[in-house]
Ligand binder design. Structure first.
Ligand code: G3P
Ligand code: CA
Length: 375
């Protein structure tokens, strides 16, 4: 196909998706009522590990970009260093997104929790991105450090836009007491109390009641978060397999011998409607205001999982008085179809794309924003 014609079709497709998303927003969705009652924007744009399509995940570059592009929330995975500091980092080990093999060859497979903050701060959490995504690489990404929660909060507070914080206790069984550690940091930083408004026209989530949303896959951690911060909105992330929602097939991915996790989970089904209902009922009964189900991407995506946002699931969730923030959605086609299914917000690596579909485009492009921030 000629380049000109293909671009025309792409633009038409994008405009169509925008119209469909906006018309699906027009009615009074039950999820909208539930979200707004909690002070949470609807539909919510949650920058998953920051603007992690365009910059290395969970680094200052990704979080500043997500803030400046206009995301409602900065999403981060919290873990604790050996000396007790909360940091934003997704994987249990450091191998995928840092140069730990070079700096600490004998400790490369150790969990993050066995490193002190000073040890972690020596790592380069940016160069992997340049190697993995050469088309989006920037020299200034090399050497970016792992961020503490305090540094993430500095970024949330440091721009014209004032996004909220969407914080996950990641693998909380490895970090006993992380829920109260988190409460102490949020309290010390004034994020558990009303905060000043952002300038007119800027993102102003941080001044509202939904300024912090807490998320976890762990039922135990949800209970502890509810005990320590009962007034902060929470969601239970929904997953599948051992310890999570039961699947119809008894064969787990690990036992299947397959190598493509996304392809395996694309074929899985929840064991029964009763199983899905039990998880949503449990979430509601233990203080969650919403759920965070996984999404099966239509396009190849390593963050594609099992489809837990089927229309009957969304109806059941809304009927129980819970809103739905789905993870992780990165394409216009998926935004469009899932908005029609009633999803109330998206964890996305591409907040800029979702904001454009919601008619809230950033007036400044990604390249200019990254340059403005020194990247
Ligand atoms: O927290 C929502 C989503 O981020 C869950 O997936 O693995 O990216 O933390 P993960
Ligand atoms: Ca997460």
């Amino acid at each position: 196909m000629r380049q000109g014609a293909s671009n025309t079709f792409r633009v038409i497709g994008f405009l169509l998706a925008t119209c469909l998303i906006q018309s699906s927003q027009a009615g009074q969705s039950p999820g909208r009522v539930l979200s707004e009652a909690a002070g949470i924007p609807w539909p919510a744009v949650i920058a998953h590990r920051g603007a992690s399509y365009d910059a290395p995940e969970e680094t200052a570059a990704a979080f500043r970009l997500a803030r400046d592009v206009g995301a409602d929330y900065l999403e981060a995975d919290l873990q604790r260093t050996r000396d007790g500091v909360l940091v934003a980092f997704h994987d249990t080990t450091l191998e995928r997104t840092t140069n730990v093999r070079e700096l600490y060859p004998d400790r490369a497979r150790e969990p993050l929790s066995s490193f002190t903050l000073a040890e972690l701060k020596r790592l380069d959490a940016g160069s992997w991105f340049n190697k993995t995504y050469p088309q989006r690489a920037r020299p200034a990404f090399s050497g970016l450090p792992i961020l503490t929660l305090d540094e993430l909060i500095d970024i949330a507070e440091g721009g014209v836009n004032r996004p909220g914080l969407y914080l996950e206790t990641k693998r909380p069984e490895l970090f006993p007491g992380i829920e109260t550690d988190l409460q102490r940091v949020l309290e010390r930083r004034g994020w558990l109390d009303p905060r000043p408004h952002a300038p007119s026209g800027a993102v102003d989530v941080a001044s509202g009641r939904g300024r912090v949303v807490l998320q976890t896959f762990s039922r135990g951690s949800l209970e502890l978060l509810q005990q320590s911060m009962p007034d902060v909105p929470k969601i239970l992330l929904l997953s599948f397999g051992d310890g999570y929602m039961a699947m119809r097939s008894a064969v787990s991915f690990e036992a299947s011998g397959e190598t493509d996790e996304a392809a395996f989970y694309a074929r899985q089904e929840v064991k029964s409607e009763a199983e899905f209902a039990a998880w949503t009922d449990w979430a509601k009964a233990h203080g969650a205001l919403g759920t965070g189900p996984s999404v099966l991407s239509r396009e190849p995506d390593p963050q594609s999982y099992m489809d837990l946002v089927k229309p009957w699931m969304n109806r059941m969730t809304h009927d129980r008085g819970l809103f739905i923030h789905a993870y992780t959605v990165n394409s216009a086609k998926d935004f469009e179809s899932l908005a029609k299914r009633g999803v109330d917000g998206f964890f996305t690596n591409r907040a800029d794309l979702l904001l454009s579909l919601y008619n809230r485009p950033s007036p400044v492009g990604i390249d200019a924003l990254l340059r403005r921030n020194g990247y």
